[in-house]
Design a binder for this molecule. Structure first.
Ligand code: ATP
Ligand code: MG
Ligand code: MG
Length: 550
């Protein structure tokens, strides 16, 4: 498998600069405003932006809105928000391809006048039949030899609305015998009586992508038009358009492989169905990999950048594991976030020898590996919540947490020893009774006695209740992404909602997107859609590596 280093694009650009083919590098990200951006787009955004930065060049955000459909405008704002969030600053270089319709029309007229384009009356089906196959050359259209005058008149009439959709098209006159099917007199304009979100009813003819895109790049002075591999076969047409229309500084198309994540759903129609079926709560559901979803889950722009850098730029198609994204967010947050205490599956722990009603405030360092994060005061009292799994009536081997007679460290607080416990009639543990050693304050005993287990806790009196959402892949990875009938293999446990979690009071201040480490649990983020000061909701971004396995 060939892997081209990240530098293959840079090498091309270096050469172009050395040969004087370009002075100021200009790149662009050209989304079609027809959906939300996903992690794959992030790669393209950061690649294009990164190159512009690196060469002291320019980066354009251009909406490729040459194909009118109804829902378009609503996506423009979400795309802008996502690109800005990723840190790709387009400054004042925001463009809409539809603003160039007049220039595109003029370019088509130029081609007609050069004898390089003709109006064709074949139907879409006939055009397909005439096109030939990979092994068979195509056949010339019977309309190919229309005079320039006739073509100019007909094209003007197309624009004026004289023809129905599909009645006539404008085609480039290239070579019906070309081994590259894209070069067999491709359609460059079609009639479509549709309103456009930007130009309204001004136009009833619209340019095709392969004609429009190189012109958009050329108009903006884009020097390097970076796109994904499926356009490799379209490059000869791209070059033909910029050459024949006559741009003096032709942009250069460079292709790289798309970013795919293993066992992750990115296809628009699948996500649409998940939303419609109520399996996810929107395009930004934290289990999805749209940029909005990753942001809502608690990913940072830095973590996405790290991920994209780690993936590298390649010419060969490959698929990257989601675990790598998780690695990146863990790495990014490790030193940046405070390590707080939250109990997700609570059971009461009562310290029988601790004064009733008393609350003391313990000074706790926020992140032992990063003193810059300072410290906070954490309330402690006679009644606490601990994780249910941190107590066992009958412990297995190597279980160092609480069990009758065992002593553990309450993180940042004291040693406690389990004296007894209470069960309800169903056998469920309801209370664990302990005694504490006041001399072990801070988590160490002056007599040097050691304990093997350290558990976290939240003081019951001051605890704040919260909802915590634990996520897994929406796909059942064992079975693969798709069933035989093409439907998705859904994981029924992809969302686990814990309604009764207890968090330390400091966490009640969490605002949308704020993230924290919950010690021993993972990284969590206040849900931007559902979390409210009086009803907090946290998403698990990613778990920590687990230290204990039963
Ligand atoms: P999708 O069908 O997933 O929405 P798209 O290609 O239709 O993708 P566009 O809006 O046309 O989306 O793409 C904008 C830019 O993002 C294009 O330059 C495209 O090549 C790039 N892009 C899209 N998907 C990926 C991907 N998976 N990896 C890298 N770049 C991508
Ligand atoms: Mg798209
Ligand atoms: Mg596309």
């Amino acid at each position: 498998k060939e892997t081209v280093s990240r530098n293959f694009i840079e090498q091309i650009i270096d050469k172009d600069i050395a040969e004087g083919k370009c002075d100021t590098v200009c790149t662009r990200f050209p989304p079609e405003p027809n959906g939300y951006l996903h992690i794959g787009h992030a790669k393209s955004i950061l690649l294009n932006y990164g190159i512009a930065q690196q060469y002291g060049g320019k980066f354009n955000l251009r909406f490729d809105d040459t194909n009118p459909t109804k829902e378009k405008m609503e996506f423009v704002e979400s795309i802008k928000a996502d690109v800005a969030w990723l840190g790709a600053d387009w400054e004042d270089r925001l463009f809409f391809a539809s603003d160039y319709f007049e220039q595109m029309y003029e370019a088509a007229v130029t081609l007609i006048k050069k004898g390089k384009a003709f109006v064709c009356d074949l139907s879409a089906e006939e055009i397909r039949q005439y096109r030939g196959t990979l092994t068979e050359p195509g056949k010339n259209s019977p309309y190919r030899d229309r005079s320039i005058e006739e073509n100019l008149r007909l094209f003007e009439e197309m624009r004026a609305g004289k023809y129905e959709d599909g009645e006539k098209v404008l085609r480039a006159k290239i070579d019906m015998a070309s081994p590259n099917i894209n070069m067999r007199d491709p359609v460059i304009y079609r009639v479509a009586h549709m309103s456009h979100h930007n130009t309204g009813d001004k136009w009833c003819i619209y340019p095709m992508y392969d004609f429009a895109h190189p012109i958009e790049d050329a108009i903006e002075g884009v020097t390097h038009s970076i796109c994904t591999l499926e356009f490799e076969d379209h490059r000869p047409l791209y070059d033909w358009v910029v050459r024949e229309v006559g741009y003096e500084k032709p942009p250069k198309q460079i292709e790289f492989a798309k970013l795919y994540l293993t066992n992750v759903v990115t296809g628009k129609r699948y996500i649409k169905k998940l939303v419609e079926d109520g399996i996810v709560d929107g395009w930004d559901d934290p289990r999805l990999v749209s940029i909005a979803a990753l942001r809502r889950r608690g990913f940072t722009p830095e973590s996405i950048r790290m991920f994209v850098d780690l993936c590298g730029i390649s010419k060969s198609q490959s698929s990257v594991d989601y675990a790598m994204l998780e690695y990146c967010i863990r790495e990014d947050l490790k030193l940046k976030r405070a390590r707080m205490m939250a109990v997700l599956d609570p059971v009461k722990l009562i310290i029988d020898n601790y004064p009733e009603g008393e609350v003391e405030y313990l000074e706790v360092v926020n992140n032992l590996e990063n003193p810059e994060l300072g410290s906070r005061k954490v309330p402690f009292g006679r009644e606490l919540y601990i994780e249910r799994e941190d107590f066992m009536e009958v412990p297995p081997r190597k279980y160092f947490r609480l069990f009758p007679g065992n002593e553990v460290r309450l993180m940042n607080a004291y040693f406690v020893k389990c004296e007894s416990f209470v069960k309800d009639e169903t056998g469920r543990i309801t209370e664990i009774h302990c005694t504490y050693d006041p001399a072990s304050k801070g988590g160490n005993s002056p007599d040097g006695r050691k304990v093997k287990g350290t558990i976290h806790w939240v003081a019951a009196q001051t605890a704040v209740k919260a909802e915590v959402r634990l996520y897994e892949n929406i796909i059942d990875e064992e079975k693969g992404v798709y069933n035989e009938d093409g439907s998705l293999n859904l994981n029924p446990d992809s969302l686990k909602v814990l309604k009764e979690c207890y968090i330390e009071p400091e966490l009640a201040k969490a605002q949308a997107y704020d993230s924290f480490q919950f010690v021993r649990q993972g990284f969590f983020c206040a849900d931007a859609r559902d979390s409210k000061p009086e009803a907090l909701v946290f998403n698990r971004i990613v778990s920590l590596k687990s230290s204990f396995r039963l």
